[in-house]
Design a binder for this molecule. Structure first.
Ligand code: 4AD
Ligand code: MG
Length: 461
């Protein structure tokens, strides 16, 4: 049996010296002295490096003397109390060997790089401290999402990625086709004949798993999805990606009030989880990304979110005395500048805006008694704006059919969705949380491209 390596995280948290450990990782830096040198080694298990002391007595000393940043090495030796400042433990190498060499062209030499530059080397940037921290937090946050729902009796549903429906009706769909694009089959009128395509009809990458989620919520009671979603919207902003992950709970026997409660509890709970479990990585964000971050996260966890109707929000915006790039008037969508004013300047806290005008929202939202608004809600947070969008769904067959007509949604194509109202319909509600937006909020990282492993945005893949 070969010896198993001990991860650096475990070594640095050791409560005693250890006489024989195997450490494998990548060299961050080398510092030379006359008869020995230090290696700072990182293996991704945590933010911190372990210091390796290599002396002339170390077997392999001569081969490793010139080892550079980025190389992978294997060290066998002793874990001992460190003489140096800032670390409890270090390793005295008995033997050291090179696994994979590196060279001066390795781009992550010890100096600060711009985030733009690091985006161009997305395959190497996880080896930089900031990105190691981002992606460890991302992993833990995923786990917290599952824990939150599993602990509360929700069932995890995998909704399809290839779909024939357009949930949001915004038209920003990526088409999926197996047709020969140079010579597609055409109808007599000259249009592309999708009946000859792979699925015998036009198909897309999903923009949301909600509609399929509703089918499962009206069977399993409480469900959630957590998966990739795709939007072909040409929005070149720090908050929009073409491929992003969405968390979508859907809850039967639930109204808008309860939906807002769920969203608030959820956001608080997952943030609290990472505050408890990702301390070292968060320290990096607190110290180097955003000095206000820790205060903001604790505030969000401890204090209730503000709640305001869309109509009241419009009044606040109109009364603000601010000059807006996009005009504010009842019936128009809230733009990012408006959302950020509400959460950052007016309420100075996360705020849930509810009861939006019917005409700017998708066909599935429940019409309120005023006939003008729908039971929709968005959660807005400082620095980002919208992080959650949700609604109570229209459970009344006749009204849903009217809404579909008004939105030009085909009853034939969505007859399965109408069945959910024909057979044992119930009030139900849900929401979608943009996972990358949550991660931006938790880390303070300002660009969505830097919290997703390989970002897909307009013009860039
Ligand atoms: O508000 P949206 O479009 O809502 C839905 O898709 C509903 N079907 C959700 C539901 O009720 N089940 O999207 C939900 C969230 C937004 O609040 C935002 O956080 C995120 O998804 N989002 C994006 N994140 C990154 N890039 C984009 N292009 C995004 N578009 C939406
Ligand atoms: Mg939205």
């Amino acid at each position: 049996m070969t010896m198993k390596r001990t991860e650096i995280d475990a070594l640095l948290n050791s409560d005693s010296e250890q006489s024989d450990v195997l450490i494998q990782g990548w060299v961050r830096t080398r510092r030379d002295s006359k008869d020995f040198f230090f290696l700072e080694l990182n293996d991704g298990s945590c933010l911190k490096n372990i210091q390796i002391v290599v002396t002339r007595e170390t077997e392999g000393y001569d081969d490793l003397k010139a080892v550079g940043t980025g190389a992978s090495v294997s060290v066998r030796g002793e874990l001992v109390a460190s003489q140096g400042k800032g670390q409890k433990w270090e390793a005295q190498a008995k033997t050291i060997s090179l696994i994979g060499d590196s060279c001066e062209t390795f781009p992550l030499q010890k100096k600060r790089h711009s985030l733009e530059f690091l985006r161009e080397i997305a395959h190497l940037r996880p080896r930089a401290n900031l990105f190691g921290a981002v992606f460890r937090v991302r992993s833990r946050l995923s786990f917290a999402v599952h824990s939150f729902f599993q602990e509360r009796g929700f069932h995890y549903v995998n909704t399809p990625i290839i779909t024939a429906s357009d949930c949001e009706g915004a038209g920003d769909l990526f088409k999926v086709t197996a047709l020969d694009m140079d010579q597609p089959p055409r109808s007599e009128e000259g249009a592309i004949d999708f009946s000859k395509d792979f699925f015998s009809q036009p198909t897309y990458l999903t923009v949301s798993g909600q509609l399929e989620g509703e089918a499962f919520a009206t069977a399993l009671g409480k469900i959630y999805t957590f998966g990739p979603t795709f939007r072909a919207e040409n929005s070149n902003t720090p908050r929009h990606a073409s491929e992003f992950w969405m968390v979508e709970p859907e809850i039967a026997f639930c109204d808008l009030q309860q939906d807002m409660d769920w969203a608030e509890e959820f956001v608080k709970s997952v943030i609290e989880d990472v505050l408890d479990t990702c301390k070292d990585d968060l320290e990096l964000f607190f110290n180097f990304v955003d000095k206000e971050l820790e205060k903001r996260l604790r505030f969000v966890v401890e204090r209730p979110f503000s709640r305001v109707s869309y109509t009241e929000a419009v009044e606040i915006l109109l009364g603000s005395g601010k000059k807006w790039e996009y005009p504010v008037e009842w019936g128009a969508n809230l733009q990012s500048e408006h959302e950020r004013y509400l959460t950052e300047e007016h309420f100075k806290s996360p705020v849930t805006v509810y009861d939006y005008p019917k005409d700017i929202k998708p066909f599935y939202m429940r019409v309120n008694d005023d006939g003008k608004t729908v039971a929709a809600m968005d959660v807005l947070v400082p620095g980002i704006g919208e992080i959650v969008g949700g609604s109570q769904r229209e459970e009344r067959l006749k009204i849903l059919q009217e809404n579909m007509k008004a939105h030009g949604v085909s009853e034939v194509d969505y007859s399965w969705y109408l069945d959910l109202r024909r057979f044992g319909t119930v009030p139900h509600a849900g929401f979608g949380l943009g996972f990358e937006r949550l991660l931006m909020f938790v880390t303070g990282v300002g660009n969505i491209r830097d919290v997703i492993p390989f970002a897909r945005t307009p013009g860039t893949i």
